[in-house]
Design a protein around this ligand. Structure first.
Ligand SMILES: Nc1ncnc2c1ncn2[C@@H]1O[C@H](COP(=O)(O)OP(=O)(O)OP(=O)(O)O)[C@@H](O)[C@H]1O
Ligand SMILES: [Mg+2]
Length: 454
């Protein structure tokens, strides 16, 4: 189902208005069923209504508000839009409180009605998608790529096509994008939808490992290859054999390791550190970078030859602010997902919320949006209703401030004395036990301060 095939139930007792607006929907090719009364509408909804409902508030017997109340029980996922009298703010507020999706004030332009209806259809469609996704998850089957990598912007539609094509080719892939744009998600999709999906997906963050360890992490080592290597260790490249090796933040790979890694890409063979023999490895490499590697290579900070070897198939992920049309879709999906995960009712997203989200620049991209959605579901947004402003933290008490100072002081001394506690308690003029009590209280890890040799 696409959003514009989601059925609309339209309730209006005035014959002239009903006929004219039914025609408006039909002309816009939206599937509409018209009813004269709330009772008639309810008959349609007995078995669960897969669409949306638009109802006048003023109806003969049962009012639009009572209809809304009944629908909240019969079809809780069905967005209900109420048509209120001109200037009837109280009624509008009451409707929103009672769980209406939106309201329209009479008189209105037909265009406005269509716009509100389309948004509700999209929301309904999204809910179907999420339900479908959950069913699939429960059935342990693989969800559609459309449901994993969300977004309807041209860039994302194209990205999904590229992923489908690339997933089944053996080429290495380079993914470029700002933080939080979905690089890791895309790498996973390439693996999960390709021929290697049954094998390992090994992710290694080149920026998260000290330079001195990265090489042995990648290549593994034989026992005795260096002083602290007491056992043979399989490296991540070998571990990814027949599967996928995802190298995140490849821009942080030291130049020395780059030379060795280029050889792996060319020869598909590796040598563990300290080993004499080479081993053949069958891996697909997916690399990700937050920065433009060409620039880095021009500044001699990234090897030119590796740059060209990696840039055979490139996926560029656009920043969220470059595809703002995706913001409402993603936000609503994340709200529904978070609500399902946290077992809470999804709060209503108003147009005001959407305006705020659309105006924001999203330096943290999709990850930031996902966090905002989660906070919204948890009710942690600003009391003014703003999603992006944080509630101010209550000021720290005097005791908390003193504790903070104390903790910092102890950490500084530990650093200065390389974790030698005797020096520290002497310098601070406190007893040994007192120092250990405080170290324990503040969760300080002594080992972080000691030199590795000792
Ligand atoms: N198009 C999308 N649809 C659904 N979820 C998305 C999409 N893009 C990103 N996400 C989600 O946003 C979060 C951040 O994505 P991911 O970790 O892949 O970003 P990244 O580019 O690797 O970020 P970083 O550079 O900071 O490591 C993840 O939870 C991911 O599932
Ligand atoms: Mg990442």
């Amino acid at each position: 189902m696409t959003p514009n095939t989601i059925p609309i139930l339209y309730v209006e007792d005035d014959d002239a208005i009903r006929l004219s607006l039914t025609q408006t929907f039909s002309l816009a090719a939206l599937p509409v069923t018209a009813c004269r009364s709330a009772e008639e509408a309810l008959r349609h909804c007995q078995q669960g209504w897969p669409g949306i409902v638009i109802s006048d508030v003023q109806l003969p017997n049962m009012s639009g508000l009572s209809l809304l109340e009944k629908l909240r029980q019969l079809a809780p996922e069905c967005p209900v839009i109420l048509v209120t009298g001109h200037g009837d703010i109280d009624m509008a507020v009451q409707a929103m409180r009672a769980g209406a999706y939106d309201f329209i004030e009479k008189p209105f332009e037909p265009e406005r009605l269509l716009e509100v209806a389309r948004r509700a259809q999209e929301k309904r469609q999204l809910q179907h998608t999420i339900n479908h996704l959950q069913e699939q998850l429960q059935a342990h089957s693989q969800p559609d790529l459309d449901h994993l990598l969300l977004g309807q912007s041209a860039a994302i539609v194209r990205l999904r096509q590229q992923i489908r094509q690339l997933a089944n080719t053996p080429t290495d892939v380079m993914i470029v994008g700002e933080t939080g744009t979905g690089k890791e998600l895309v790498a996973r999709c390439l693996h999960d939808y390709g021929a290697r999906k049954q094998q390992h997906f090994v992710a290694l963050n080149c920026g998260g490992i000290p330079d001195s360890l990265l090489e042995s992490e990648l290549f593994g080592h034989e026992a005795g290859a260096f002083t602290t290597a007491n056992k043979r260790r399989i490296g991540q490249i070998e571990y990814a054999h027949r599967g996928t090796l995802f190298l995140d933040e490849i821009e942080s790979m030291p130049l020395g390791v780059q030379i060795k890694f280029l050889r792996v890409l060319q020869e598909r063979r590796i040598q563990r550190l300290g080993a004499n023999q080479e081993i053949a490895v069958d891996i697909r490499v997916i690399a990700a970078s937050k920065v433009d590697l060409l620039k880095l290579s021009q500044q001699q900070q990234f090897r030119n030859d590796l740059y060209y070897r990696l840039h055979v198939a490139v996926l560029s992920l656009p920043a969220l602010r470059e595809r703002r049309t995706d913001i409402p879709v993603l936000f609503e999906a994340f709200v529904l997902q978070a609500a399902a995960r946290l077992n809470r009712p999804p709060p209503t997203i108003t147009n005001l919320h959407l305006h705020e989200l659309l105006a924001h620049d999203w330096p943290g991209n999709v990850r930031e949006l996902k966090n905002v959605a989660e906070r919204f579901v948890l009710g942690m947004h600003h009391s003014s209703g703003s999603l992006l402003k944080e509630e101010e933290m209550p000021p720290l008490t005097l005791v908390q401030q003193v504790e903070q100072v104390e903790k910092t002081l102890i950490e500084q001394m530990l650093k200065q004395h390389h974790g030698r506690t005797q020096k520290v308690y002497e310098a601070l003029g406190i007893g040994k036990k007192t120092l250990y009590d405080k170290i324990h209280k503040y969760g300080i890890t002594l080992a972080h301060y000691r030199d590795p040799e000792e």
